[in-house]
Write a protein that binds this ligand. Structure first.
Ligand code: 3AT
Ligand code: MG
Length: 335
């Protein structure tokens, strides 16, 4: 499968800027929603502190990384010092405390890949997953949020891509398609390699933020308010970028050899990472390096069937962006 781009971008692409921006605006959560989330977090923290006085709660995932659409569930991390009790016991105790406080649908999933307690707050209607000591997720959430501050086109593009992925059924990790986190990294990488670049490589700059989590040093330049002009030399519109994003994944990405790496701001080879062979269930059919856990390929959920689904969807989207008379509608048609 070796397809080439046949044509340049359609000349009338900018006609769709306003409609794409309207879709983006319709997905952005209202301020009240943020306030409700904070309120729920504070009341959960109070409860938790009765049992574990020094434990802290952090928001992570899309409710804290600037890429959350309205009415999403919230992801919470309980940071608790290592004690003699294990994670399962903490989760079960936590579930007990929450249940006693009349939170709804409390469920401890102690055997999941990331063990969590699920709950629903009857006051705000918000559903919430609480995990324990998943500090790397809190740090990668900050990295994504910091990238979003640099150029507004990242948030616009990522909302549109996530919306497309949900509508087309390719945002379901247990079915072998990609997580929201992976799609946001794909957008960051894409904007890093645009010419001129729209985003810098924060991990390649002088580190102003350094933390060590589970023996992994996470270091990058986080004074992003100083980088607000970074992408100004590139004047590409959102419609053009949506077109180019799908063109990239349909026609330009080298699936056989390339790993996209936000950490280095470039492409690295599968060979350099020893991701050329299948080991266990890791097939490396589309390779997306985690910015901090660099041995972790976010494409590892993708199998020999779902890779075709994904690539067909990238092709479909690229074709629609190039030829369809109404791309803002057709792109998001349910599969
Ligand atoms: P949704 O809006 O909920 O679809 P999200 O960004 O909250 O998007 P997830 O709920 O899939 O995404 O994941 C929550 C956070 O967990 C996002 C990221 O900080 C972390 N995370 C998810 N998957 C991984 C992974 N494979 N490796 C490391 N961190 C991950
Ligand atoms: Mg989430």
């Amino acid at each position: 499968r070796n397809r080439k781009r046949l044509v340049d971008c359609r000349s009338d692409i900018d006609r769709w800027n306003a409609p794409f921006l309207a879709i983006y605006e319709s997905l952005v959560p209202a301020e009240e929603e943020k306030a409700k989330q904070k309120q729920l977090l504070a009341s959960l923290e109070k409860l938790v502190n009765k049992e574990w006085p020094r434990a802290q709660l952090y928001l992570y995932g899309s409710c804290a990384n600037a890429f959350g659409v309205s009415n999403s569930d919230i992801d919470v991390c309980l940071a608790i010092e290592d004690t003699d009790i294990n994670k399962s016991e903490i989760l079960l105790k936590l579930a007990e405390i929450l249940q006693a406080d009349n939170l709804q649908d409390v469920q401890a999933l102690t055997r999941a890949r990331v063990p969590i307690v699920k709950l629903k707050d009857p006051v705000t209607g918000i559903s919430c997953d609480i995990c324990i000591n998943n500090v790397l997720a809190v740090v990668n959430t900050k990295l994504l949020r910091d990238y979003a501050e640099i150029d507004g086109r990242l948030r616009e593009l990522a909302f549109i891509v996530k919306h497309w992925a949900k509508k087309r059924g390719v945002n379901v990790t247990y079915q072998g398609t990609l997580s929201s986190y992976a799609y946001v990294l794909m957008c960051i990488h894409f904007l890093q390699q645009r010419k001129p670049a729209i985003l810098p490589c924060l991990q390649g700059m002088e580190a102003t933020y350094v933390v060590t989590v589970d023996d992994i040093e996470c270091a990058y330049f986080d004074q992003v308010q100083k980088l607000r002009e970074f992408g100004a030399k590139n004047t590409e519109s959102i419609a053009k970028l949506v077109w180019a994003f799908f063109d990239y994944w349909a026609h330009l990405h080298d699936y056989a050899n390339a790993v996209i790496s936000v950490r280095t701001g470039s492409i690295i080879s599968k060979r350099a990472k020893e991701w050329t062979r299948r080991i266990g269930n890791d097939r490396h059919l589309i390779c997306i390096e985690d910015p901090f856990e660099t041995s972790h390929d976010l494409g590892r959920v993708v199998d020999k069937y779902s890779i075709n689904t994904l690539r067909e969807e990238f092709d479909r989207a690229a074709n629609i962006m190039q030829y369809d008379p109404d791309p803002c509608v057709t792109l998001f048609e349910p599969y």
